[in-house]
Design a binder for this molecule. Structure first.
Ligand SMILES: *Cc1c(COP(=O)(O)O)cnc(C)c1O
Length: 340
């Protein structure tokens, strides 16, 4: 039994999901003739209370398309220094959109309205890049699954409106935030111009991300997706997995969050750990005490068939998910408790 806690992307489809995939009605989605894709796009748009949505193979491609829809080459977006769009999308912001990032020194990947206001370049000062977009992440990935305070997002939205900036949410794990906070998804749809929602993370599908947005922005989304190489054909098989996930895998995220909290609790009492970040959803970030060798710690876990992530700078990460069973949980907790 391998216990893989490197990411919530390692899950395999369950029996029920495989059935849904096999029974999917499909068509050529490049002609917009795949009924299952169309249904998933409609479901996500309605869920967020947004006008339109489009299915993408990956979250990175959906974020990159959104950034392209909001910006012109030479412009600048504002995001946290830990943002996925800046750190983990291969520099696509500059490659695909010719845009630079103004990095904000936020808290666990989250930034404030005040910080956004201070990061906007004066539009008539032509020496600096024109600020045109603000990107937030909820939950934050590198920030350890932290959830934004909705009131702060509302304040950032006001800043965006005042300065006529686009507002994009990288909601790869938005569903985790919604389950953890009980917030109404439509409040997100109301504030943001574009929102991504990943199905291949906690929701447990093999692939797929939906980008939702206002009809004005989304009218060009299909062209941008095509340019990025993301026009897919009978992809309804994967959209069926997404629909199955919406029906079956949302409420159970609370279980992942509970397990993460148990792990954080054990780690916070462990002598070999110096610090555990506040754990709000399914990600636990912790640091080893001085003198504890990171490589050795990872290898010792590997020898017990347990895999976690090393994020560098002494930062270790555990992510709970659908395939992390109660039996695995008991074993992992016991290994952590007895590690010397
Ligand atoms: C996983 C993730 C994405 C998308 O990643 P892909 O691997 O391209 O699907 C985007 N943003 C955040 C915050 C993520 O965690």
């Amino acid at each position: 039994m391998t216990i893989d806690l490197r990411s919530d992307t390692v899950t395999k489809p369950t029996e029920g999901m495989l059935q849904a995939i096999m029974n999917a009605q499909t068509g050529d989605d490049v002609y917009k003739e795949d009924p299952t894709v169309n249904e998933l796009e409609r479901r996500v748009a309605d869920f967020l209370g947004m006008d339109e949505a489009l299915f993408f193979p990956t979250g990175s491609m959906a974020n990159q398309a959104a950034i392209k829809l909001h910006t012109q080459p030479g412009e600048q977006l504002i995001c946290d220094k830990w943002a996925h769009v800046y750190n983990y999308e291969g520099g696509g912001v500059s490659f695909n959109s010719g845009v630079s990032c103004k990095l904000v020194d936020g808290d666990r990947g989250m930034i404030t309205a005040q910080q956004v206001r201070e990061s906007i370049n004066p539009p008539d000062f032509y020496h600096s890049p024109l600020t045109s977009l603000v990107c937030l992440e909820n939950t934050t990935n590198k920030g350890g699954g932290a959830c934004y305070d909705l009131a702060e997002i509302e304040k950032i939205k006001e800043v965006c409106d005042t300065h006529k900036l686009g507002f994009h949410l990288d909601g790869a794990r938005l569903m985790n935030a919604l389950v953890a906070t009980g917030e109404d998804p439509k409040r997100y749809g109301k504030m943001f111009d574009t929102v991504t929602l990943c199905f291949s993370k906690g929701l447990g599908t093999p692939l797929g991300t939906v980008l939702a947005g206002t009809s004005e922005l989304m009218k060009n989304a299909i062209r941008v997706r095509k340019i990025l190489g993301g026009g897919m054909r009978q992809v309804g098989f994967m959209a069926a997995a997404g629909l199955f996930a919406l029906d079956n895998n949302v409420d159970r995220l609370a279980e992942d969050h509970k397990k993460a909290l148990n792990i954080a609790d054990v780690l916070s009492h462990a002598p070999y750990v110096s610090k555990v970040e506040r754990t709000e959803t399914n990600i636990v970030i912790f640091y080893l005490a001085e003198g504890v060798n990171e490589e050795k710690f990872m290898t010792d876990l590997e020898n017990q068939q347990i895999r976690i992530s090393n994020m560098g700078q002494g930062k270790l990460r555990v992510v709970t998910h659908l395939d992390y069973t109660n039996t695995m949980h008991d074993k992992f907790l016991s290994v952590l408790k007895n590690y010397a």
